[in-house]
Every structure is written in structure tokens, then in C-alpha cells.
Ligand binder design. Sequence first.
Ligand code: NAD
Length: 500
Amino acid sequence: MAIAELTHFIGGKHIKGTSGRFADVYWPMTGEVAARVPLASKAELTAAVANAKEAQAKWGAENPQRRGRVLAKFVALINRDMDKLADKLSREHGKTIADAKGDIQRGLEVAEFATGIPHLMKGEFTDNAGPGIDMYSLRQPLGVVAGITPFNFPAMIPLWKCCPAIACGNAFILKPSERDPSVPLMLAELFLEAGLPPGILNVVNGDREAVDGILDDPDVQAVGFVGSTPIASYVYSRATANGKRAQCFGGAKNHMVIMPDADMDQAVDALIGAGYGSAGERCMAISVAVPIGKKTADALIKKLIPRVESLKVGTSVDPSADFGPLVTRDAVNRVKGYVETGIKEGAKLLVDGRGFKMQGYENGFYMGGCLFDNVTADMKIYKEEIFGPVLSVVRAKDYDEGLKLVNDHEYGNGVAIYTRDGDTARDFAAKCKIGMVGINVPIPVPLAYHTFGGWKRSGFGDLNQHGPDSIRFYTRTKTVTSRWPSGVKEGAEFSIPTMG
Ligand code: NAD
């Protein structure tokens, strides 16, 4: 296969990298290098920001209906190119085509949300706040803002970041994952075709050097990050130390609590889909099952074993596959390393997918599903995010112990409870220290008009992604107090003005 040379996308044009540094981009299903992506130098990043700053002044002053119309056209173009985008996404990431379409769709929905920007950006007005005084608050764009995104949702997360930001009138620098950068470049082309002025959405490919360039550039006003917790924490500290607004979302360890009264077949279906879909490479994947009581645990394990054993691993383009390869060989080795650690720690490996080989694709990055029982809270495989097709069962004696496990874990992204009891569900939703909660729903990713974000070490910053929070994050509020001179008594006032 010929190796494609990818570019940056700056000022509405594909720009070749000039740093001389590149990263290989693989097709996980075959293990081949399909492309190389340039890694931007600080100078290339700075030039992109300068270009964006110039373009933003006009875009920010454009009326919001016109900005919304560009988003609406963009939505139509994504739908037109859905198959092409999904094919590229699944080849570079490894997820199945159906899952790739879901990735694009969940991003597209945030673009749809952002078409409503005239309404979303409306301010507030108080008539007669004082004698002859009116007061109003308005939202203005920040200027140039940036998004740094992970490999596991190469369409959805860039779209979550850039659509609200652009709709609010900002220019955007996107630094996508260097592991699957093609779809972000295709999305930038579609935005241009939709009528977005050049320079408003720029894709700067790169690694830490480009990220540090973003964090230190005085013209970047806000940074949105999604990725692993150590990098989220680093980006948050450095961005805020440099006076920027930041929202940084990190890793996860999502539990599913299964109560004795749960519909066990439903719970098992949910665990299989949410635990192993996308090879477990989702920040909202369920990686820990917490059955309550021995009877529940035994029944669960009995039903889970044959289901995990019969999971179908396939190539990314096999429509019958449950999940495809992992993203890189390193990822496979890391996940297998965790399985090894779990055995050493004394967890009981009931299904071992480490030996799986994909016939005809022996160089691809595959592994089968793994299932552990008797995992305990002190084990590394419980404490750390594995990010692979590995489900751990942690047995809890009662509801309080299950809830405590959830609340004591350092991550707080998503959680689910399976029960038929309304009181238990309500108590759980109220008491769990987790950002997104599913009641008989395994992957409770909020829709575009609500907000998405985790608690504890899964999220740094005050505002969440998409929904109303995204409009607050990408705008600053100005409050104007106005009085016209007619009818106003003369004279200086030396005390703090009050409205009486
Ligand atoms: P990652 O942290 O390795 O990379 C994320 C981004 O940071 C990439 O753009 C990468 O180029 C950049 N980066 C990597 N190392 C860096 C460094 N040393 N300095 C500066 N920048 C650096 O994450 P990943 O492997 O691409 O994605 C998987 C992780 O993302 C998982 O932990 C997953 O849970 C998390 N995730 C979280 C959410 C959420 O909303 N909480 C959503 C999706 C993924």
C-alpha cells in the first residue's frame, strides 16, 4: 500500500508540514502503515493561530443566523458523505463501520444543536433596573480557541469541540490525535464547502510540541481537552496558569451495579455491549460489573461466560463483527499486560482472549474479550483504566458496599445501575459521585442539548461539553447598564450607586 502524506489544514488550505517530524498512521485491521502525519513545530502552530486571529474578527461580527446557516449546511454535507467518512474512520481507528457511523452521528448532533445559535446566544434584559436605567447582558465570542482530542472518537469529539465554538463566533485550532487524523481533516474540508470562511477552522496535527504551543500562545483564549487523565491534568494546569479558560476531560472506570431484582438478561446484554463494543476503547465503556450479593454474582457470571466466549472479533469492515482491532500494537500489548497483572494479583480469569488471532490478518492489532471474576478494590486492574476488551467483576455484599465502591474510585465519568426498584434507582442517582448516570441504561452519554462531563479525576474545569455549558464556555458575558441623560437629576454621587 502506498503511504499517503497527510497535511495540516490552515487558512482553508492543505498545508504540508515543515518541521521534518512525522508520525506513522496505521490501519489496525491489517497492521500496515497507511499514512504519515506531520507533527507541527511551535512556529507552525503560532502561524496558524495568527491566521485564525485575523479571520475571527469578521466571523465574530457576522450575525448569528448566518453562522447557524453554515452549521446547517455542514450537517447536510456530513450526511451526504457519511459512508466515506465512516469507511476512513473505521480503517484508521479500527472500530466497526456501524460504530464509526455512531461516532459521526453523535458529533453531527452537536452540529445540529449549534445551528440554533441565534437562540442559544440570546442575552438577558432588565427594563427599568433603576430610574431611567436599563441593564442587559450579552455574550461575545472569545477569539481564537483550541481543542485537543483523543484517538477513540476521531469525529465525535472534534465536532463536540469545534461546532459550538465556531457557532459562537470563535476561530478554532483543532489538534486531533496523531493516531487517526484523516477524518478531522475531511471534516475541515466539509466546513469550508459549507461556507465557513478560511481560517475559522484549522487543523494543526502534532504531538506535545503543538500542544505546548497552544497552551503557551497568548492569542489562544480557551482550551478544551479530551484524553487520558495525566495529560488532562497537565493541560489544565498549564492552560490555566497561562490565564486561559480550560475544560479537560480525562479517563474513566465506569461501574455497572446489578441489583438482585434486575432483569438479568437485560443486564448481561448491556454489559456485553457496553463492555466490549469498540474493543472497550470508550471513555463510557463499562469496565467493572458490581453484582450485589452472591446469588446475583453467580447468576451473572454463569450468563456472562458463554457470551464473552462467543464475542465475534472481526476486521473493521466486517459488518458481522461485534468489535474490531485495537488502535495500535502498543495498545494491545498494554491491555495484555494488564490481564497478566490481574492474574498475578489473584483475580480469576474466566475468559482469556489474549491468544486470539485473526486469520488472514495476522499483523492486525487484535485480541479477544477477557473476563475477570473476584477482582478487588486494591488491585491495579481495578484502580487503573485498561481501555480494552476486559471486564472485571467485583462482588459486593450489599447495595451500600456497591455504592461505596463507585464513590471511592478516583474516576467519576459514567455509572449505571440495573434494578426494577424505583427507590433504589432514585437513591443511587442522588448519592453517586459520578457525572453521568444510567438507570437501566449502560452508556448514559447525554444528548447534544444536555451536557457531557465526568466528576473527580475524569474532569477538570467548571463547564461541561456541548449543551448550554458549551455556549457559556465559548463566550464571555458582558453586562451593560445604560441611562440616557434626559430627565436625570444632575450632580455627582460619591457613594456606591444603588438602585434604591
Ligand atoms: P491521550 O491522553 O494519549 O491523548 C489525547 C491528546 O493529547 C492527543 O491529541 C495527544 O496527541 C495529546 N497528547 C498525548 N500525550 C501528550 C503529552 N505528553 N503532552 C501533550 N499532549 C499530549 O489519550 P488517547 O489515548 O488519545 O485517548 C484515550 C483516553 O481518552 C482514555 O483515557 C479515555 O478515557 C479518554 N477519553 C475521555 C473522554 C471523556 O470525555 N472523559 C472521552 C474520550 C476519551
